[in-house]
Design a binder for this molecule. Structure first.
Ligand SMILES: Cc1cc2nc3c(=O)[nH]c(=O)nc-3n(C[C@H](O)[C@H](O)[C@H](O)COP(=O)(O)OP(=O)(O)OC[C@H]3O[C@@H](n4cnc5c(N)ncnc54)[C@H](O)[C@@H]3O)c2cc1C
Length: 503
């Protein structure tokens, strides 16, 4: 068995533990699930200090928010022509320190529609496989939103049901008449009353990891940057992880029964590439040359529209769901989020005021292609002396057209509701990486010819290693990814715990 001896060893000091790498939403969810199942966990987090912000909410409205500073050096242009961004940094809680908290579920068709193009785009799991995990993650996130199913958007398990302002509600029937939903965006908005020293109501470190620290069997190592996973050819499994201890500037090794890699989509991929060894010279578990390929992201566009009459300012952003699957080319979809244009609008939205100008953010999809990829660049080194990551991705004309068409549909829907709206100025198309929604480079697929991971997020070739973040997505829907990444992490961790107990 790949987990021999596990049941005999239960102390966190021995190698029966599961190492979880990363304390962002995905890693936190995996650590929580494993701990709930009685499995000892050591969490390695590269970051050392929790950044501080401030948030005050009353009567379900955000009265004041100060985001933690996002350091300039975390926003890197990794290619210039055309530009490609990679925004990331090492901090407890990961990007959930800065996130907005939009958490739409993937719809059942999001797991299957890619099949219309090719079997390589078929997920090895269905919506029904993930549904119970969506529910348990949503309960943690304290979602505000609409509690009913809408076209192309399943209902969330909402803690705080909410509706659009009355003067916006006539838009929903016009949207539904042509297969869209129009609703408050499902948002991890937190408790209606709260005052906290973080910018986001849900931050995985504050909400999950800080609670876990009090539980027996859970150990947190901050400033522990995982450098590589070590494969034992004799035992046919990964037996340890080597990490850089930022406090002592030394390398340390820690043994494990299994490892959950949840370092964020591109850092997880890099860690597997950095873990190449004689049995896996192209990266851990990379038997078919898939690792790093099929990178996808959300083409993100932004525009301002002006209505022919004032409508209530939106304290909670409105969400136009994608077009019906039957009306769309496979893996071509866009959602639109409508909200305020300026900071002043956000303040005025606390009062019963109206405006004619609204901002629209569009998130589109791309078909994941092998040529969109990340790989190691031996010529340039990172802070740990390891090769840097090259990120190669382009948004083609179809991706741009896709977001522009969605805006045209939004204007048509408003028209159908008797509201004439026009685009003000131009549509700003942002470069890859702007959405901070990379995924797909350690993808799940039933066949190792098309994917690194099986249907339980385990490496096909190294089943005691689970990769549990958006790098595991087989395809990217137009929906924000974090809820689905967390649900996958919970499901994968539950299965890993069962495997460990059975061995
Ligand atoms: C401004 C902004 C707004 C956003 N809004 C939304 C939104 O509304 N909805 C949504 O779904 N998503 C949103 N996102 C994206 C969201 O934050 C990410 O999808 C989410 O945080 C990913 O979680 P993760 O745990 O997979 O990775 P991360 O949050 O990136 O966490 C990875 C963790 O791993 C650690 N780590 C990395 N490498 C190593 C290593 N080698 N060793 C040890 N530790 C390591 C990092 O320090 C980090 O703590 C937003 C992001 C930003 C920046």
């Amino acid at each position: 068995m790949w987990l021999e001896g596990v049941s005999r060893m239960r102390s966190v000091d021995d190698d029966s533990r599961v190492l979880v790498i990363g304390s962002g939403p995905s890693g936190a969810m995996a650590a929580l699930t494993l701990t709930q199942q009685g499995i000892p966990v050591t969490l390695l987090e590269s970051g050392q200090h929790v950044p501080q912000g401030a948030l005050v909410r009353a009567m379900g409205r955000t009265l004041y928010r100060k985001w933690p500073t996002f350091p300039k050096e975390w926003l890197q242009f990794v290619a210039d022509d055309p530009p490609v961004m990679w925004q990331h940094g090492f901090v407890p809680g990961g990007m959930s320190n800065f996130w907005t908290g939009a958490v739409p579920r993937f719809a059942p068709e999001d797991f299957t529609e890619g099949e219309r193009l090719h079997e390589r785009y078929r997920w090895p799991i269905s919506y029904e496989d993930l549904r119970p995990y969506y529910e348990c993650v949503e309960r943690l996130l304290l979602v505000s939103g609409c509690p009913r199913d809408l076209p192309t958007l399943p209902a969330a398990d909402v803690a705080y049901p909410c509706a659009l302002p009355p003067d916006w509600q006539r838009i929903a029937p016009a949207a539904e008449a042509i297969g869209h939903g129009f609703t408050p965006v499902p948002l991890a908005a937190g408790n209606p009353w709260m005052a906290t020293r973080r910018g986001a109501p849900f931050n995985s470190f504050a909400v999950i990891i800080e609670q876990l620290r009090r539980k027996p069997g859970f150990e947190l190592l901050l400033g522990a940057h995982a450098l590589r996973l070590e494969w034992s050819g004799d035992k046919r499994r990964v037996t340890s992880v080597v990490y850089h201890d930022r406090a002592t500037h030394s390398e340390r090794r820690i043994n494990a029964a299994a490892v959950v890699v949840a370092a964020g989509p591109l850092c997880s991929t890099k860690l597997l590439l950095d873990s190449a060894c004689p049995d896996f010279p192209e990266g851990l578990g990379n038997t078919e040359g898939i690792l790093g390929k099929y990178l996808h992201d959300h083409p993100q566009s932004w525009s301002v529209i002006e209505l022919d009459r004032p409508l209530s300012r939106l304290g909670h952003t409105a969400y136009l769901t994608r077009a019906a699957y039957r009306d769309s080319d496979p893996l071509r979809a866009t959602s639109c989020t409508l909200g305020n244009v300026t900071g002043l609008d956000r303040v005025l939205a606390l009062l019963p005021t109206k405006t004619q100008r609204f901002g629209v953010v569009m998130f589109g999809t791309i078909v994941p292609l092998e040529c969109n990829r990340v790989c190691l660049n031996a010529a340039e080194k990172d802070d740990f002396g390891l090769p840097k990551l090259d990120v190669q991705i382009r948004f083609d004309d179809a991706a741009r057209r896709n977001t522009e068409t969605a805006l045209e549909r939004l204007l048509a829907i408003l028209d159908g509701a008797g509201i004439h709206a026009a685009l003000q100025g131009e549509i700003y198309h942002k470069p890859p990486g702007a959405a901070v929604h990379y995924g797909g480079t350690v993808r799940m697929h039933e066949s190792s010819a098309y994917g690194m991971l099986d249907g339980w997020n385990r490496l096909h070739a190294v089943p005691n290693v689970v990769v549990a973040d958006a790098s595991s997505f087989t395809t990217g829907a137009e929906k924000n990814p974090t809820l689905t990444a967390m649900a996958l992490a919970a499901r994968a961790a539950e299965r890993l715990a069962a495997d460990l107990k059975a061995s």
